[in-house]
Write a protein that binds this ligand. Structure first.
Ligand code: HEC
Ligand code: HEC
Length: 303
């Protein structure tokens, strides 16, 4: 064989080998972290299964504030959010009794561990659910959500299993995709409140409601590319009270944005801003979040 071709052949073979080793290394390192189990504190929540008031409160909660419906579908029978590709195949499974997961969550305390900590009853962790956002939920809200989810009639529908793709794994290992394994970033021993702040147009209640916004808009509301998001998504907007944020907006502008998905200049607010969820927030809830956001110091746009 011609010597030059032979060397090129060895070079290409070597590169392919190196690439395979690297990909293998990424899969091995990420899988090892993802398969780590967690032992979370055992809380004693009250079961509200079958309680009509709790079911109604849970229904409002999952459709507006915690927006479980965003990933599990309006009927909670599951929804594909990112349909495969380099990040992975991501979607919430069917949570009705027609699916295969909810049977494990008859006990509200197991449900609490999953929602607040992203930890299943067997100690394993789940991918791509924003449990860090849900960790500060009150015990009462978790019991209400549990009662609502368990009240759903069976819908038979199976969704593709969640899998992490090569880019998703690289971003996760680089610390850029915490949602891949929320259990790793949550302070599992943090104390929880028993009941939410009183429902009223107050900053205190607004701060609690805004927990559901901070996952995308970030804890200081600077906005920017959404951590763990699909690269094709629009970056989250800056919501701070300043020139880069919504400092010049009025409460009426804010209400219109959340209800109709339109900015004061008439442009449409794009996906994945969950207008389907925010349009169901009550006037009181919107006012409360508005009052809370007025207190967020001006910051420039997140990078
Ligand atoms: C950003 C998307 C997203 C949101 C919002 C979301 N989930 Fe999930 N959820 C997922 C994904 C993805 C899985 C599957 C994870 C896996 O199998 O690793 C999941 C799994 C579950 C499971 C089954 C766990 C198991 O044992 O396999 C339950 C129960 C659940 N979610 C409840 C909820 C509730 C309740 C809410 C709202 C408080 C919620 N989810 C909000 C994405 C989401
Ligand atoms: C799943 C991610 C996500 C969540 C959760 C979310 N947002 Fe957004 N939001 C976005 C994105 C992305 C944009 C920018 C869309 C665009 O540029 O068209 C946006 C834009 C906005 C805007 C328009 C601001 C402007 O200057 O353009 C407002 C107001 C807003 N969000 C408020 C909220 C509030 C309040 C909450 C919580 C109740 C919330 N968002 C939750 C992703 C999210």
């Amino acid at each position: 064989m011609n010597k030059a071709i032979k060397y090129v052949g060895i070079g290409v073979g070597g590169l392919v080998g190196l690439l395979l080793l690297t990909v293998g290394g990424v899969y091995a390192a990420s899988s090892s972290r993802m398969s780590k189990t967690f032992d979370v504190p055992n809380e004693q929540l009250e079961s509200l299964v079958g309680n009509p008031e709790a079911i109604a409160a849970g229904e409002h909660n999952v459709a507006s504030f915690t927006k479980c419906v965003d990933c599990h579908g309006e009927d909670l029978a599951g929804k594909l959010v990112i349909p495969g590709g380099p990040i992975g195949t991501i979607g919430g499974p069917n949570l009705t009794s027609g699916g295969t997961v909810i049977g494990k969550y008859a006990d509200v305390n197991d449900f609490e561990n999953l929602v607040r900590h992203c930890v299943r009853p067997d100690g394993t962790t789940i991918r791509f659910m924003p449990c860090a956002e849900y960790n500060p939920l009150s015990d009462l809200e978790i019991s209400q959500i549990h009662a609502y989810v368990l009240s759903k009639h069976a819908v038979t529908k199976e969704n593709p299993p969640v899998t992490a793709g090569p880019l998703g794994r690289i971003l996760y290992l680089a610390g850029k995709m915490p949602m891949m394994n929320s259990a790793e970033v949550i302070d599992h021993s943090k104390a929880h409140i028993a009941t939410p702040p009183p429902t009223a147009a107050t900053k205190e209640f607004g701060a609690h409601m805004a927990l559901g916004c901070s996952g995308c808009h970030r804890p200081n509301y600077e906005g920017g590319p959404i951590p763990g998001g699909d690269p094709s998504w629009a970056p989250a907007a800056n919501l701070s009270n300043g020139p880069d944020g919504i400092g010049s907006w009025t409460e009426a502008d804010f209400t219109k944005a959340l209800r109709e998905g339109v900015r004061p200049d008439g442009t449409a607010i794009r996906e994945p801003m969950p207008i389907a969820a925010t349009k169901r927030m009550t006037d009181e809830e919107i006012s409360a979040v508005w009052l809370f956001l007025r207190d967020q110091p001006a910051v420039s746009d997140g990078k």
